[in-house]
Design a binder for this molecule. Structure first.
Ligand SMILES: [Cu+2]
Length: 168
């Protein structure tokens, strides 16, 4: 009984993975981590916008870091809006440079982003999500665990990311 209880506690401190089938697009192709002079971790990611999607569609970042997103377009003007964070920028058309957006990942959760500039018939499908993870994996001790995968449903997306949990 007690070990079962311990197992459920470990669920909260488990690791997380993403189902590889999620929209067919995975982690950013180019990204790097560095620190600012104030000690904040900075994660950089390049995102390409084109009719009618963003690549990558999902961006994962650790809670507490500053996410620097460099946005370029592969065709026309697009927009990059994170409604819950009052972020909204124009992405210049191809060949006209890029725009950098800073997303402060201080709060964990899922933050949807979308194109904010009408760009054609599929404009409303231009969406993605920033996942801010707040997991600390240093807690669980070494030992045998059972791994389970739970589906997550995110509003507005047609993919199904998954969270893996360890039961001990
Ligand atoms: Cu658009």
């Amino acid at each position: 009984m007690q070990s079962r209880l311990k197992g459920f506690c470990l669920v909260l401190a488990a690791l997380s993975v993403w189902a590889p089938v999620f929209l067919g697009k995975q982690e950013p192709s180019a990204r790097s981590d560095e620190k600012t002079d104030k000690g904040r971790q900075v994660q950089k990611v390049n995102v390409v916008a084109e009719r009618f999607n963003f690549t990558p569609t999902q961006i994962k970042v650790k809670q507490g870091t500053l996410l620097e997103i460099t946005l370029t377009s592969d065709d026309t003007f697009h927009g990059f809006r994170v409604p819950s964070m009052q972020i909204n920028h124009v992405i210049p058309a191809r060949g006209r440079g890029n725009v950098k957006v800073i997303f402060d990942a201080k709060q964990k959760g899922s933050f949807a982003f979308e194109c904010s500039r009408p760009c054609g018939a599929g404009h409303t499908m231009m969406r993605g999500v920033i996942i801010v993870e707040g997991l600390d994996l240093s807690g669980p001790p070494l030992g045998p665990y059972e791994l389970r995968v739970l589906p997550l449903r995110l509003a507005g997306l047609d993919g199904a990311p998954a969270r893996a949990v360890l039961l001990g």
